[in-house]
Design a binder for this molecule. Structure first.
Ligand SMILES: Nc1ncnc2c1ncn2[C@@H]1O[C@H](COP(=O)(O)OP(=O)(O)OP(=O)(O)O)[C@@H](O)[C@H]1O
Length: 793
């Protein structure tokens, strides 16, 4: 019964299947030469027809009659075909048709890309129509020049537009041809005109010069005699022989003579190196010329970035200078230092949003370490929390004392997003983190970091920091360019981003919620990202690219064929809020893929941001730390925590509420994190969520955990049409890889991946083994066929 339904399905499917025109090499040769010979035969007939058409005129209408003898070189058939194509058809433009048929034969025989052939045919036929209409003008003099079609079309145009109109229409056709096919522009003509003008004037000049040289030659005999006489007496080679200016003009002649004289010297043969332009390059530039660069944003071309007005302005924004406070702090610093016998040469204040930096130049002879050791005493005297002493300020010969402002100002997300620095940045993943102590907007490129660790005690601004990162990316990057994988074990921090799931989020194929709150799912997602990473590396390798930027540029330039499994790759940003919680519950299972991603994913555009409120060494392990050079520390409670995050103290002296230290491996920068509140995020996500979206979130590759092998139960009826063919390829090659199917069956990556899954479900290939190809469980085609036939029986 099962078999019956199966066959029924098959027959109905095959009914609608287009015949496949895949020819074997022998068939290509047979059909190719058939076309070539046919075209050549037509060409010879047409040529002969030009001389014999009058004689053969009477017999062409009696084609079935074998008796009359035609004068055409290819006899009756030639006369008849020529009559149809030339006289009754397109006139002498019919030669182009013969040419096109020959060309078709060549393309088939040599198996050249058929898309070019299609274009040759389209342009060829248009030229035929144009030429025959053009020759239609002269139909009264030589009848077959334009043929009946040419004559009629010309007449039609003349009836409606007159002779002048017809000429204009034909001229327009010519311009269209020149512009589209020959890529002419108005400049081409202008340049031509200029060049020909220049050529004329150069000709004119050359003529003038020739007369001068001729004149020189007249004189040169005499001059030469003088020179020879002189040289006889002066054998020195470097004689500065300054003759009349006429001799200088003739100098090239002397040089040639010199070269001729050195016959037995080795001559250098210079081989012109041909520029290597591969066929794909030509095809790519042709595609780019025809369709423009590939635009990844095309599917959501009407997508509107959220307007800046969705972000709030704050009353406490903008720095106000409190002169009294400045004076007071300055006096306190000078006084404290003088108590410890440290003299000051000069002091300068830079007012930031939360702290003011006092830059001190100590008197000559004061040891820097002495000031550094007095940090706590100075802080006590200034009676302020959050004093940080930077001794010395890197790159400057001064000592910095950061003192918190009495009235800190908020750095709004709006102000950093609107800043020129952010708006004009051309970074791959720009992040406007906040403002520096000198009140400059601080923008960094996540792609260069390439991963970020964010830590700080609870309530010090981590979630706001993560939101600032996400908001920056959303304001600058189209949904096609960046995707977020959000992990939020706290279940409340990132839920708002659910609304932009189909725009900006990526998720596992089988999961309902894009934002991951369940720790088990995190493990699957991280492993899936590892698969994505391996896939992307494979794609990069096949495209001979070193990183995602190169790859995407190549893809946009249409140098990579989507049929070979290539696709535009969006950046993927993985955000983990509360990493400590994950490590506590899942330990190694999480740490291993995170470490793998952190070590390898930078080149292929996967970037990690992990945040934790417990910066202890068992959470931020050595391996994690080694791979997260960019670190952000909000306020922490102890020096030890600060050292765990930054490898340095300082984070314990911050004042909280977005006050942070940022390091990218070397210097530490104190920043005030940009503030973005939940209602603002809500408005932004509402704005984006209400726009047209992709059908689904960006799907990550499926990852099947060790214990859950059952999700691969794929119904036989749901199998891909190419399932059997794919199985045969895999068994023949004894290599279970999706890329093999991609190449052999010319499939996209996703379809090849699905077929591999189906093959696994059918027990033809083994399970996924990381970067290794899957094991093939059938050794020969016979056993495979037997298995497949039994399956459907
Ligand atoms: N950049 C900032 N500017 C001004 N205020 C801020 C800033 N960042 C945080 N705050 C204030 O601190 C509060 C707590 O911030 P946030 O929720 O980001 O802390 P957290 O570190 O994520 O805490 P938890 O770990 O408990 O989630 C905010 O509600 C806000 O009032």
């Amino acid at each position: 019964m099962a078999k019956k339904t199966g066959t029924k399905k098959e027959t109905s499917a095959s009914k609608f299947k287009l015949p496949s025109f895949k020819l074997s090499s022998q068939q290509k040769l047979i059909f190719g030469s058939l076309f070539m010979l046919l075209g050549a035969l037509m060409f010879i007939s047409f040529l002969s027809y030009l001389f014999t058409n009058k004689i053969d005129q009477s017999i062409v209408n009696e084609f079935p009659n074998r008796t009359p003898e035609a004068q055409n070189w290819t006899s009756l058939l030639g006369a008849w075909i020529s009559d149809i194509f030339i006289t009754k058809g397109f006139g002498i433009a019919a030669f182009i048709i013969a040419g096109l048929i020959i060309l078709t034969g060549i393309y088939i025989a040599l198996d050249i890309n058929k898309s070019k052939l299609r274009s040759h045919w389209i342009w060829g036929l248009l030229t035929v129509v144009w030429l025959s209409t053009f020759f239609g003008f002269f139909a009264h003099h030589i009848g077959f020049l334009g043929g009946v079609i040419g004559y009629e079309s010309n007449q039609l145009l003349q009836d409606y537009t007159g002779k002048i109109g017809t000429v204009f229409i034909l001229l327009f056709g010519l311009i269209v041809f020149a512009a589209i096919k020959l890529k002419f522009t108005a400049e081409t003509f202008v340049n031509w005109f200029k060049r020909s003008k220049r050529a004329i004037s150069e000709d004119f000049k050359n003529n003038e010069e020739e007369t001068v040289v001729a004149f020189d030659n007249n004189l040169s005999d005499e001059a030469q005699q003088i020179k020879e006489a002189y040289l006889k007496n002066n054998t020195e080679e470097d004689t500065n022989f300054d003759l009349e200016p006429e001799i200088k003009v003739a100098k090239p002649k002397t040089e040639t003579a010199k070269n001729e004289g050195n016959d037995n010297e080795l001559s250098i043969e210079i081989e012109a190196i041909k520029e290597e332009t591969s066929e794909t390059d030509n095809l790519a530039s042709k595609l780019v010329e025809d369709f423009g660069q590939f635009d990844p944003t095309l599917e959501l071309s009407n997508f509107k970035f959220p307007p800046i007005d969705l972000l709030k302005k704050y009353d406490t924004e903008g720095i106000t200078i409190n002169q009294d406070e400045l004076e007071e702090n300055k006096n306190k610093i000078v006084e404290t230092l003088s108590n410890y016998k440290i003299g000051i040469d000069s002091i300068k204040a830079t007012i930031g949003p939360t702290v003011t930096l006092y830059e001190i130049v100590p008197e000559a002879g004061v040891r820097i370490s002495k000031i550094k050791n007095l940090e706590d005493d100075i802080a006590l005297s200034l009676s302020a929390l959050g004093i940080r002493i930077i001794a010395p300020i890197p790159g400057k010969g001064t000592i910095g004392i950061e003192v918190p402002n009495k009235k800190p100002t908020i750095v709004s997300m709006r102000s950093v997003i609107a800043s020129q620095k952010f708006q004009k940045s051309d970074m791959a993943l720009p992040i406007a983190l906040g403002k520096t102590i000198s009140n400059e907007t601080f923008v960094v490129d996540l792609a260069k970091m390439p991963h970020m660790l964010m830590a700080g005690a609870t309530g010090q601004g981590k979630s706001v920091g993560l939101n600032a990162v996400l908001t920056s990316l959303i304001y600058k990057k189209h949904p096609a360019e960046v995707k977020f994988v959000l992990v939020d074990p706290k279940k409340v921090e990132l839920t708002l981003y659910n609304k932009i799931e189909r725009h900006y989020l990526a998720k596992l194929p089988d999961s309902e919620e894009a934002i991951i709150t369940d720790n088990n799912k995190v493990i699957n997602t991280l492993n899936s990202l590892c698969i994505e990473m391996d896939n992307r590396y494979e794609m990069l390798k096949n495209a001979s690219c070193r990183n995602i930027a190169e790859y995407n540029a190549k893809f946009k330039a249409r140098k990579l064929n989507p049929n070979d499994g290539h696709a535009f790759l969006p950046y993927i940003v993985l955000v983990v809020d509360e990493f400590a919680d994950l490590i506590m519950t899942a330990g190694k299972e999480v740490e291993t893929p995170i470490a793998r991603l952190a070590q390898l994913a930078r080149a292929i555009g996967i970037h990690l941001i992990i945040a934790t409120q417990r910066p202890s060494v068992n959470v931020i392990t050595g391996i994690i730390k080694a791979n997260f050079p960019a670190r952000i520390a909000f306020r922490v409670t102890s020096k030890i925590d600060s050292r765990t995050i930054l490898d340095n103290s300082g984070a314990d002296q911050l004042i909280g509420r977005g006050d942070m230290l940022f390091t990218q491996g070397n210097d530490m920068i104190r920043l005030q994190c940009a503030f973005v509140d939940t209602p603002e995020i809500e408005e932004i996500t509402d704005f984006i969520g209400s726009q047209k979206a992709y059908p689904d979130a960006h799907l990550l590759p499926e990852y099947v955990g060790e214990e859950s092998g059952t999700s691969l139960d794929i119904d036989i009826a749901d199998r891909d049409q190419l399932f059997r063919e794919a199985a045969e390829i895999i068994v023949t090659a004894q290599q279970g890889s999706a890329s093999l199917l991609q190449r052999k069956l010319k499939l996209g990556y996703n379809r090849a991946g699905r077929i591999i899954d189906q093959l696994e479900a059918a027990g033809i290939v083994g399970p996924f083994e990381g970067s290794k190809a899957r094991q093939v469980l059938f050794t020969d085609l016979a056993s495979l066929h037997q298995f497949l036939d039994n399956e459907t029986a």
